[in-house]
Design a binder for this molecule. Structure first.
Ligand SMILES: Cc1cc2nc3c(=O)[nH]c(=O)nc-3n(C[C@H](O)[C@H](O)[C@H](O)COP(=O)(O)OP(=O)(O)OC[C@H]3O[C@@H](n4cnc5c(N)ncnc54)[C@H](O)[C@@H]3O)c2cc1C
Length: 350
């Protein structure tokens, strides 16, 4: 037996279920449960022996994996992660925040312009932001028309209720769009990676102005340990266009617009107003825009900047804000003369 099991003084008559739950131990055989450990668990003499090295999908107790060494796994991950960091250090569009608005933006850009390198940074381990649930921790996701067209395009099924549609579970929307976004070869998602700062440079398009030219990022664990804008040698990613969808104000939320205020690029935040479902969604979609040179803001982060109403658990505004931001991002990108990944000036049209 391994040392773990020996320190536990393993008694095969006790099942995991009876152990620790205060239940009376009973014979596993009597209760028709499998005896633990099963015969397929090898003893110490067997553990550590090289396996046969043949992959075999035999479910009768002879399932065996193709051979592996620890460094194969380590190198498979680090090589790709390193290659990705190298490649995306100069991106075409950066997306901050991978909630429903950020995902909708990423999907729309990647589909429309497969030639653009789209890099998404998400502070959480799980991308999707608040869109794994509907309102108040319930499942269904309400989407007002005409944003149902986007669901149709993604192939997300819904029930038609007239002026709005209902997806049976918000996670169905999020998992579908996420799988599509990640399948695009021109998209890279860094999750568990927080944007800690914005890169700001002189704007070649307007003298005396600053423009956002990229982001400073770090693994979220490092950011949490040392605080935002720490000096823990972060990574930089530059791009001619940055789109931010960092959500409501919070420890990470509304990050980019708060940073604009801190750096003096914007005077103050309007602060999100109370809930008004009737007008809030149209307002967010129509106001989704380039708020300072190089930075487009959408989703609930925009409500913090503009002092717009929140809309509650109705998601069409988030999806359409992402779509609108994608259109604006492509338009901006096309208007630039880009040299070595940086905006050098406006495109000269003949
Ligand atoms: C985890 C979570 C759970 C929620 N649960 C509910 C709920 O149950 N019911 C409800 O009505 N509303 C909920 N909300 C709020 C609501 O769903 C969202 O505010 C709304 O969907 C807005 O969408 P969004 O795309 O603008 O932003 P969000 O869905 O909030 O997504 C913003 C994303 O940006 C990321 N982010 C923020 N700052 C940074 C940074 N500096 N660097 C990198 N990434 C960053 C966040 O981790 C998040 O994933 C939740 C929000 C969150 C984040």
């Amino acid at each position: 037996m391994t040392s773990f099991k020996s320190t536990m003084q393993f008694d095969p008559s006790e099942t995991v279920a009876t152990k620790g739950l205060g239940m009376l131990p009973s014979s596993a055989e009597n209760r028709n449960l499998p005896i633990s450990p099963p015969a397929s668990v090898k003893d110490d003499a067997e553990v550590g022996k090289e396996p046969s090295g043949v992959s075999c999908e035999d479910w009768s107790g002879k399932y065996s994996f193709a051979p592996i060494k620890e460094h194969h796994v380590a190198r498979a991950m680090t090589k790709r992660y390193g290659d990705d960091l190298y490649r995306t250090a100069v991106s075409d569009v950066i997306i901050v925040g991978c909630g429903s608005a950020g995902l909708s933006c990423a999907y729309s850009i990647a589909r429309e312009r497969p030639d653009l390198k789209v890099t998404i940074l998400e502070a959480g381990v799980a991308p999707g932001g608040g869109a794994w649930l509907g309102g108040q921790l319930m499942s269904a996701m309400v989407v007002r028309k005409p944003a149902d067209n986007f669901l149709r395009e993604l192939g997300v099924p819904f029930e038609d209720e007239g002026d709005y549609v209902v997806v049976k579970h918000a996670a169905l929307f999020t998992s579908t769009i996420l799988s599509k976004v990640l399948s695009f070869p021109n998209v890279k998602l860094y999750n568990a990676t927080a944007v800690e700062d914005l890169i700001t440079v002189k704007d070649p398009l307007k003298s005396g102005n600053l423009r956002v030219a990229g982001v400073v990022s770090n693994w979220t664990l490092v950011t949490l340990a040392h605080g935002l804008q720490s000096c823990m040698d972060p990574q930089t990613i530059t791009a001619p266009v940055v789109c931010s969808f960092a959500g409501h104000d919070g420890p990470f939320g509304a990050f980019s617009v708060k940073r604009l205020v801190a750096t003096g690029m914007v005077d103050k935040l309007g602060d999100m107003r109370g809930l008004n479902m009737r007008c809030a969604e149209d307002c967010i979609v129509n106001a989704t825009r380039e708020v300072v040179p190089g930075l487009i803001v959408g989703g609930m982060e925009l409500s913090e900047l503009d002092g717009a109403n929140r809309m509650g658990a109705s998601f069409g505004g988030m999806l359409a804000s992402g779509q609108k931001a994608a259109r604006e991002a492509i338009k901006l990108y096309q208007s630039y003369d880009i040299v070595d990944g940086e905006v050098a000036g406006g495109k000269v049209t003949a």
